[in-house]
Each structure stands twice: as structure tokens, then as C-alpha cells.
Design a protein around this ligand. Structure first.
Ligand code: GTP
Ligand code: MG
Length: 335
């Protein structure tokens, strides 16, 4: 039954499979969520509606850091720690661009070798290409599916190079920022923006000859964090030393996150945050839909290139160009 083509599976079959713990059907539902085909979207939303109604909850963790900071290796070790507590884990790795996809997906599977073979783990790369924010409402929808599938912890890996970590911040409960030992210099630069959304900072690769530098970085980050405004009332950000290679500091990170969740749920902040995230998702879906419908309209599609050229050559202002495209959209839409 489960090998039927996607369109032959009913919404009921999907929902029963997902909530019953089938990784295969979960994976196929994620494919539907990511599809641009209108019939897939309709079905994906029907599945999501039913899944949301189940009201299952998870701890959602965003893990961000510079390329090569050690995110995937950390998640392997961290995931193994979480399942030791009898919990199920879903890992969503956001692929920053479709052009990179082949390489990084294979890379992540290889880096999470031990984790990926565990039956209580679901690992899935999610595409982000074409979205300014580096991720899309679809990542949030995938989180909701994993939650309905009963995963207790959902980990979202994103490369902290621009906007994607900000967007991920709007779908998770907790952001863990991974920093390389010796990266304290970056504190002066753009990394401050990322620091502000972090709930905890973990220095990675604190092993071997890097141990000393890691210790120095820890103090640097602690001082820098003290200067930042609070992100969640009552939560004091910590800096932890970790090594995925030696599995050290990993249990402390998990402990730190459970403390965070405990304190934020008793203050009501966790629920407040989730409600705000649903509001953001509502508008993200609208924006996403409108944008796609706009560019799909034949009148817009046929005018788009010439208008863009005229704007680039300076014969048309971006404002007039945009208005012309919007007029084309509206005129055709009112038929
Ligand atoms: N010594 C040491 N090396 C590590 C540790 N964790 C990761 N590495 C190495 O660092 C390199 C990058 O690790 P990844 O886990 O792929 O880093 P990433 O942040 O996921 O990288 P991207 O997804 O490409 O941004 C690999 O060669 C790892 O073997 C660690 O705890 N100690
Ligand atoms: Mg990675």
C-alpha cells in the first residue's frame, strides 16, 4: 500500500501512517509539502490540517553556525544523547541552495552515520532555494508533520550565513549557536546579529590542541553575551564547551535546553512564542502563495523580462516597472 504513487494515497492513509510512526509516509508527506504541484499542495494542506488537530508537541531546536563549524557532527552526537533518554528525534537540514544540494545532503548523511540508522530517528534535508530568507514556510510545515509523527525533539540545522537563521528562529523554541574556537574576533562583525538570536552558545571542537583556545573563546563570548539585550525574559545565555569527537559537553547542552524549556513553559513564554510563530506562519503562507501566483500569471510572465530589462537600462524606474507588472496581474485576475 505504501508504495502506491503519491496521488493514489488518500489523506487518511497519510495521516494514519504519519501519526502511527511510519517514517516512509512521513517522508512522502514532506515531499508533498515541498512540491509545487497544485494537487500536491492541496493534499499536503489537508494532511497538515488533520495532523495539527492531533495537538502533539515537541521541543524544537534550531542549530546554526558558520560553514564548517561542526553542526552536522554535533547533531550526530547530540541526537545520540537525546535518544539515550528514550526520546525520538527528527533532524531537518536546510540546504542553502539547490546547486549545493547533491553534495551537502550526501555529506550530512555520512556525517550522521550512526544517527541515521537508528529507528527512532528521522533525518531529512529540506530545500530552501528561491526563498530570500533562506528557508520557507515549508520548513515550518515539515516541522509540524514531524511533530504529528510523534518526534519528541526536532532539530533544524541551518548555516548561519545570512537570513536563514533568523527565519528558523521563527519556527523553533530554542536556538543553539555553534562557534569555532578562536572565532571571538568575529564578535566585532556581522556575527553579532546571530549572537542576538542565540539562546545558548556552544564552542565546538574543544578537543586536542584547540582546548586552550576554546577556553579563551568561552570567556570572550561570555563577555559579549552580557552586553546583549535579553531574548527571553529570565533566561541567561550560557557558553558551553563541546567536542563531538570526544562526546564531551554534549549532555550539558541537552541539560541546558531542558532547563530552558522548563523555565519557559512555567512562565508561559513558550506558549506565547508558539502563538506568535503561528501568526508569522499565517502571513508567510499568504506571502508565499501570492508571490507564486503573481509570477505564474501569463500576463506577468510575458511582460516580466522586458520590464526588468528596461529597469536595468534605466529607461523605466523600478517603481513604474513594479506598477506595470501589478497592473498586468490585477487586470488579468479580474477576468
Ligand atoms: N576535532 C574535531 N573536529 C570536528 C568536530 N566536529 C566536527 N569536526 C570536523 O569539522 C569538519 C566540519 O564538520 P561538519 O559537521 O560537517 O560542519 P558543518 O557545520 O555541518 O558544515 P556545513 O554543513 O558544511 O556548514 C569535519 O571535518 C569534521 O570532522 C569535533 O568535535 N572535533
Ligand atoms: Mg552540515
Amino acid at each position: 500500500m505504501t508504495h502506491k504513487p503519491l496521488h493514489e494515497l488518500t489523506v487518511d492513509e497519510f495521516v494514519d501512517g504519519i501519526t502511527g510512526g511510519s517514517r516512509h509516509l512521513l517522508s512522502r508527506a514532506v515531499t508533498l509539502v515541498e512540491s509545487n504541484r497544485p494537487d500536491h499542495e492541496t493534499k499536503a494542506h489537508a494532511i497538515l490540517d488533520r495532523c495539527l488537530a492531533k495537538g502533539r508537541r515537541s521541543i524544537r531546536i534550531g542549530i546554526t553556525g558558520a560553514p564548517g563549524a561542526g553542526k552536522s557532527t554535533f547533531i550526530e552526537s547530540f541526537g545520540l544523547e537525546i535518544i539515550r533518554h528514550g526520546l525520538r528525534v527528527a533532524v531537518l537540514a536546510i540546504d542553502p541552495s539547490s546547486t549545493r544540494s547533491g553534495g551537502s545532503i550526501l555529506g550530512d548523511k555520512a556525517r550522521m552515520e550512526q544517527l541515521s540508522v537508528r529507528p527512532e530517528v528521522f533525518i531529512r534535508p529540506t530545500a530552501s532555494s528561491g526563498y530570500l530568507g533562506g528557508t520557507s514556510p515549508r520548513t515550518h510545515e515539515t516541522i509540524l508533520l514531524c511533530e504529528a509523527a510523534g518526534y519528541d525533539v526536532i532539530v533544524v540545522e541551518t548555516v548561519g550565513v545570512g537570513q536563514s537563521e533568523i527565519v528558523v528562529n521563527s519556527m523553533v523554541d530554542f536556538i543553539l549557536l555553534l562557534m569555532l574556537p578562536g572565532s571571538g574576533d568575529e564578535l566585532q562583525g556581522i556575527k553579532r546579529g546571530i549572537m542576538e538570536i542565540a539562546d545558548t552558545v556552544a564552542i565546538t571542537k574543544a578537543d586536542g590542541e584547540r582546548t586552550g583556545i576554546a577556553q579563551i573563546s568561552k570567556s570572550d563570548f561570555e563577555s559579549a553575551l552580557r552586553l546583549l539585550p535579553e531574548k527571553h525574559p529570565g533566561w541567561v545565555r550560557k557558553v558551553l564547551l563541546t567536542s563531538a569527537l570526544e562526546s564531551s559537553g554534549i549532555a550539558e547542552v541537552w541539560q541546558n535546553i531542558t532547563e530552558f524549556i522548563g523555565s519557559m513553559s512555567s512562565s508561559g513564554e513558550l506558549d506565547r512564542n508558539r502563538r506568535e510563530q503561528l501568526r508569522l506562519l499565517l502571513y508567510a503562507i499568504i506571502e508565499d502563495r501570492l508571490k507564486r501566483e503573481f509570477f505564474k500569471r501569463p500576463a506577468v510572465a510575458s511582460l516580466r523580462e522586458s520590464i526588468e530589462q528596461n529597469v536595468l537600462s534605466g529607461t523605466l524606474s523600478p517603481f513604474s516597472g513594479a506598477m506595470a507588472l501589478l497592473d498586468a496581474f490585477n487586470t488579468q485576475g479580474s477576468h
